[in-house]
Ligand binder design. Structure first.
Ligand SMILES: NC(=O)c1ccc[n+]([C@@H]2O[C@H](COP(=O)([O-])OP(=O)(O)OC[C@H]3O[C@@H](n4cnc5c(N)ncnc54)[C@H](OP(=O)(O)O)[C@@H]3O)[C@@H](O)[C@H]2O)c1
Length: 328
């Protein structure tokens, strides 16, 4: 059936500015790392994208390697985009990235100009797009001079293939350096995409301060620790969950986090929200966070996660209780 976006789609979502820049992102964004590959059902992916957009999620995050197989998430997204979202392109922020292995030989990964710009061309082709809104260097390259990687990002904007550029997984010192070079080139760094959740807190040491000083936004990925910070694993490992695939999330991770998950779930219940909602609200409570970048395998999970916005405040007592569990 032809998709017509919900009329009320902008009524409940909150939109936050990326650092000091003009672009605003929804407080909750949707990533297509899992559940949009060729091994997945495209109709489920379509239903999730439609529901997300109807709830005001205007930002969809991809990368060249999402699938499996690598590239298939962009292809499937491209099909859905063409069939469903044609009239809404200007209401969408679509990002992609290059950094991880995509093709054999010395030009198929990391941060050279050769790789980044060829990869962007391939991504545009797979998605059927003329440009992406945000193009990321997906990971820092220890061997390529950072100037080369940043110049390639700058070139992506100058050639009209990206509107903004960004970095992901860069440590604080390299972030400062990337920001300086991009500023000099005249194509500023819009946003940083680091891993951040109640369970992974490295950004609190220095990175968030650097982003604030530089006026760069922050969109944490895996804010639910790939599903650990939800009710998914409260009573074992359900069929079809990410941990059953044993690739990115392993059964042993579930086992070692279980006690904390149970205690956090009790606090969430006292707050009258699901554990997923509390985990997302906890990341969003820092004003330097622009958006939380969730993944989902069903429309129900998207509904649950957007429900976070009904209660994002924490009392001192709640914050302390959570800290005690996390440090315990
Ligand atoms: N820049 C990078 O290096 C990088 C790396 C990783 C991810 N990312 C980006 O970040 C996005 C999100 O990463 P992620 O998928 O790891 O995020 P996440 O939100 O931490 O985990 C998503 C998973 O949690 C479970 N889940 C979500 N909502 C739930 C709910 N309300 N109740 C119960 N379970 C729920 C689902 O697991 P099941 O599938 O088991 O149902 C879902 O697939 C990716 O799609 C990608 O765009 C970027």
């Amino acid at each position: 059936m032809t998709y017509i976006a919900g009329e009320n789609r902008y009524e409940t979502m909150k939109y936050n500015r990326c650092g000091k820049w003009g672009l605003k992102l929804p407080a909750i964004s949707l990533g297509l790392w899992h559940n949009f590959g060729d091994i997945d059902t495209i109709e489920n992916g379509r239903a999730m994208l439609r529901r997300a957009f109807d709830l005001g999620i205007t930002h969809f995050d991809l990368a060249n390697n999402y699938g499996p197989p690598p590239g298939s998430a962009e292809e499937n997204f491209g099909k859905i985009l063409k069939q469903d979202f044609g009239p809404y392109r200007d209401e969408l922020i679509i990002s992609t990235k290059a950094g991880y292995l995509m093709w054999p030989g010395p030009y198929g990964e990391w941060g050279s100009r050769k790789y980044l710009l060829s990869s962007l061309d391939q991504s545009l082709k797979r998605m059927g797009l003329e440009y992406v809104d945000i193009f990321y260097s997906h990971r820092p390259d220890p061997e390529t001079p950072i100037e080369e990687t940043m110049k390639a990002l700058d070139q992506a904007v100058r050639s009209g293939k990206a509107l903004y550029v960004a970095i992901s997984n860069y440590p604080a010192d390299m972030t400062r350096e990337a920001a300086r070079i991009l500023k000099e080139l005249g194509t500023p760094c819009l946003i940083h995409q680091p891993k951040y959740s109640m369970f992974v807190r490295w950004v609190e040491d220095e990175l968030l301060d650097v982003l604030e000083e530089e006026g760069i936004g922050c969109i944490p990925f895996s804010p639910l620790a790939q599903g650990l910070l939800t009710d998914r694993y409260l009573n074992g490992i359900p069929e079809g969950s990410r941990a059953t695939r044993e690739i990115f999330l392993k059964k042993e991770h579930v086992g070692s986090a279980h006690d904390k998950i149970v205690k956090l779930n009790e606090i969430a219940q006292l707050r009258g929200q699901s554990l997923a909602q509390m985990a997302l609200a906890w990341v969003l409570k820092d004003k330097r966070i622009t958006s939380v970048l969730i993944g989902a395998s069903s429309v129900k999970q998207i509904d649950d996660n957007v429900g976070t916005l009904k209660n994002t405040g924490f009392s001192d007592e709640e914050s302390q209780l959570i800290e005690e569990v996390l440090k315990g």
